[in-house]
Design a protein around this ligand. Sequence first.
Ligand code: GCO
Length: 442
Amino acid sequence: MDWWIWILAAAASYLLVIISLNWRYLEPHLAWETIDHKQLTFPPEFRWGTATAAHQIEGNNENNWSSFEERNGIERSGEACEHWKRWHQDFELLEELGVDCYRFSIEWSRLEPERGTWDESALSIYSEMVNDLIHRGIRPMITLHHFTHPKWFEELGGFAKRENLGYWVNYCERIFDVLSDRVKDWCTINEPEVFSIMGYTMGMFPPGKRSIRKTLRVMHNMMSAHALVYRSLKSRRSEVRIGIAKNITLFDPLRRWNLLHWLTARVLNHLWNGAWIAAIRRGRMLGRRIEHAKGSIDFIGLNYYTHVLTSPFMPRTIEVGLPKREHEVMTEFGYPMYAEGLRRAIEMVAFLQVPIEITENGVADEDDDIRPEHIRRHLWILSQAISDGHDIRSYHHWSLMDNFEWAEGYKLRFGLYHVDYKTQKRTLRDSGRIFQEIIRNH
Ligand code: GCO
């Protein structure tokens, strides 16, 4: 055959592949100016809430993160929002907002500061928090692991060593036995993909490693850690609901006609999203069987923020601004606002066939310029998804108040309440008022 036939055949196949990828994985964008996104419908039983995490608000925690802050010379979490002292007042803010649920996390390093030594007073403070929330008519949802754990656990190798999982299960059982008579909703692990990839591939979270081999090991172990705890806690009290908080980041090719961009998008999507969904759906992750993982959730927690436009030459750190589509608004985190993606994320987790709880959604926006629009767009997408039959039970806005944003420190402000870190004064932002009004009307 002539060489030009080969070229023609290659070009035709390239086109065919690109067309089918474009057709199979759409990237919808709405003309927001034509949409009346104040029109929202939510069922009466829909729950409204906010979310926080222990290390980001409590203050003075001694854990894997505080060691990492010291070691890497990044901004210290320090006193954070002094929530450990001020939790009572902070719960008044929840009441002021009018929420009926609240997601927060337990700091394992407070409960078990030394291996096998339990601090009963910390345990009773968490128990008082739960009582106080219930007293205010707010349904607590507890996260057992939100990126932090005791230093001793980290020194033993943390989740990179399978033999350490027993310590984790033990801690979960301990707190569960104290609180599960009152707490009905539990998240085992927050964003296991963020924990493994940021900590073991990107090196931006503790322990600051850069190893694909270790990342895969931690991914498997995290999935097992979830599954083991799910089975154990369900056998102790079957009527509680246990899920996992999964961050769904969408990966779209930067150039939709470039096969390399597509390839990067599909691989990242599988590592970040697909592999975890497959583990829960089929009990296998990246070719490995994960015992007890199949069907190990009563609900799926969905944390949704953005989509990432991929190419093989993407920045290796998320501190460099990621690309955005021309019409998209860039957030202060350096990723675009893409509310349409929430619908795609919902469809992705709906594959698990369990109820969906939106466990996080929000934006870093110090001056509150885009948060009002951000809230409205995402809630409109949510309300449409519910009207179209998706079983979504709640929405937790990230976050109640500004807090310690991990590797980015205090410069990123995600709160419905502004926090003045010098005086610890909390002030409701305009977007907070909008959220309050939406809750009141729905
Ligand atoms: C995460 C966490 C939160 C973040 C929030 C804003 O996604 O990293 O669950 O702790 O603060 O998502 O980035």
